[in-house]
Unconditional design. Sequence first.
Length: 358
Amino acid sequence: MLFDLHPKETRGELFGRDEEVEYVKRQVRAGNWVIIGGQRGIGKTSLMKVVLNELSREGFRAIYVNARGVTTLRDLLMMLINEINRSRLKLRLNVSLNFIVGSAGITLSRGSRVFNSLLELLLSIDEDTVIGLDEVQELSRVSGQFLRILGNVFMSNPRVSFIFTGSYIGLVKTLLKPNPESPLYGRPPVEVKLRPFNDELSREFLRRGFKESGVQFNSFDIVVDRLDGVVGWLTLFGNYHGIRSLGVDEALRETINEGVKIMINEIEHFLEDKVNKALYLAILSVLKVVNRWKDIKFAVMARLGREFGDRELLNALNALINYNFVVKVREGEYRLADPILREVDYDKLIKRYLRMDD
């Protein structure tokens, strides 16, 4: 059902993304790697899973790995081994140096080096295989080693393709725009950036979902206006109203409340390695009311009671853009990427982080 909260896995469950599914599949068949980008809740995981499942029916071996929280090559290696071993369609692997092959699958040999083992595993795959790495930006801390592995695989084993999802920071940014020293220079993945639904598609999504649920629904305007085409929030609202039978107002309120919790978690995850956390929060806060560069700068300095140079402020703004929190509308004009971001209490977060800095 459209209002099922799990990521979609079949074409029949996925709404409004037929062109993107066909495009990604065509790129993989052509030997290109793909990055699926877009804001939180826009359907990146669903698109990836549908593509993987369809390619698996067309002769590819498909492996899905959720890299959320995976920050080391060892973590990634162990997840790949687990996914290969649990797959109903066993991969043909020509491993010998760093692995032991048994009836239950493959295990890592004692004392094996992670870099060499991960490279051997990927180079040993002897069938057309597509690996989906969800939230690949999480591997940014080991991006140098991982890029070397990816470059080697791209050059040496054309039977392996990758589909990545992630925010445009760190590793993902390097994958899309490799510098001349990068192992993937001249071979960047194809980018597919998912956009929110327009009003017409949002209405049709809700119409079909409520028809599946057997629920009469007429409050399109208020829901479409508040949730702004983000399929994750539309789905959550549909689940609250169409499946759990909450009233329209209560379902919308619960959707926004739950969305705020999710977005705060995303913001805190983003801020983990940032020095001046209050600056990023202040930018998000003032974007509720202003959107031009000079107004943003003035409002942020007034909000935090200190001056910032253009470079520092612009770097922070670009980081928020790269993480899909902010959209650059045109030169010198910006807006929040997600309607739920307008509902976050940034003052509370700013006070908390300022106390932590003190």
